[in-house]
Ligand binder design. Structure first.
Ligand SMILES: [Zn+2]
Length: 382
């Protein structure tokens, strides 16, 4: 039904944009053919609805005061949180998952332009790095640069006060090692989502981007998923191998998240994209998939909007979110939070209803953060 309505409206908007009005609509570089009225509708939408970026590293905050100097840190340059926070306020972003990067110290650029670990952790290093990075987030809240984003009430309050809330998150469960008390320590620190595997093949399982060592979750990995369920931390399966996703769906009693990816297509394959089967494992378990403006299969922001709609068509509107990976996305087609209103503007222009866009822009994530939903683990899939 959505697809039919969208086709009709796509035809309408194409004729409506012909003419000089386009000059004041979306910038031509975005590839979005939005009129000034449609852009204004996107801004007005964000004044009415909370919006959440489900995967971000704003201003590469995690590199602040970073003593190490590996190639990745050098390539990303010095942190620039203040500039990005200003853009978030300008773009009416209500909240973002501010992700620490657990394995940042290990990563180097590969010749192909990706990231891969160049070494292993030294004893105590993973936990020390976690403590350092989470301390940076606490300091940003203490300085009132961001509002706390510990629960739905915090995010509703941030929306009312027109502040940007930081939902604390960690990309990589390496810092947990095999010490489950650290999962609860992380919850106490305000962490509400952990991407259990990043680029470093860890004690939990393997990433999509390296040769698998294990068929799925390790025994420690199963304990980590169960402990995160108990603590109330969202399990983020982005970067994880298909086997890890299958095993996590088998045991998780909570809906989970695939925070930043897109669907493979017959003409587009990449290790960081997922099959429909892979995505549906997560969404049929109640979870959500964040669409990633990665530049993989995208030349412009308009191409990314197509990827969002492809997820909506494959998974249903209750299971799609936005995960930009700002500012650690190496080929972004969405690179400035000041353009955030263009996302709802484009989705509305493509024929989605306001209530549907509200789910994608934040409502679906808030359902997971609210934590009221439980799902029965599917023992048959273990
Ligand atoms: Zn990331």
């Amino acid at each position: 039904m959505i697809a039919t309505r969208r086709r009709l409206l796509a035809g309408l908007s194409a004729s409506a944009v012909a003419g000089p009005a386009l000059a004041q609509g979306a910038p031509a570089t975005t590839g979005l053919k939005l009129t000034p009225a449609q852009v204004a509708a996107g801004r007005a939408f964000l004044a009415r609805h909370p919006s959440v970026d489900v995967h971000a590293h704003p201003g590469v905050f995690f590199l602040r005061d970073y003593a190490g100097a590996n190639a990745t840190a050098k390539a990303m340059g010095p942190p620039f949180e203040a500039k990005v926070l200003a853009a978030m306020a300008q773009g009416h972003v209500t909240a973002a998952l501010f992700n620490c990067v657990a394995d940042a110290a290990l990563l180097e650029r590969t010749p192909a332009g990706g990231l891969a670990p160049a070494r292993e952790f030294q004893p105590g290093e993973a936990w020390a790095e976690y403590r350092r990075q989470i301390g940076l987030l606490h300091a940003m809240v203490a300085r009132h640069e961001v509002a706390p984003g510990r629960n739905v009430a915090d995010i509703t309050a941030a929306q009312a006060a027109r502040k940007v809330a930081a939902v604390f998150a960690v990309e990589g469960g390496d810092f947990i090692e095999n010490r489950m008390e650290r999962v609860h320590a992380a919850y106490g620190d305000g962490v509400r989502a952990i991407t259990i595997i990043h680029y470093h093949p860890n004690q939990i399982g393997d990433p999509q981007t390296s040769a698998p060592r294990f068929p799925g979750l390790t025994d420690v990995g199963r304990d980590v998923v169960r402990e995160m369920n108990r603590a109330g931390i969202i399990v983020d399966l982005a970067h994880a191998s298909f086997g890890v996703v299958r095993d996590a769906v088998g045991i998780s009693t909570r809906p989970m998240m695939l925070s930043h990816t897109n669907l493979k297509r017959p003409d587009l394959d990449h290790p960081r994209l997922v099959s429909v089967e892979h995505a549906r494992l997560v969404t049929e378990h109640g979870g959500i998939v964040g669409s990633w403006p990665s530049g993989i299969g995208h030349k412009t922001m308009a191409d990314w909007i197509d990827s969002i709609l492809r997820l909506v068509d494959a998974l249903g509107v209750d299971h799609v979110a936005i995960g930009t990976d700002m500012d650690a996305n190496y080929l972004p087609v969405f690179g400035d939070y000041a353009d955030w209103p263009l996302i709802p503007a484009a989705l509305l222009a493509r024929g989605l209803h306001e209530a549907e866009v509200a789910k994608i822009m934040g409502g679906n994530f808030l359902r997971l953060l609210g934590g009221r939903e439980t799902v029965k683990p599917d023992r048959a899939k273990i």
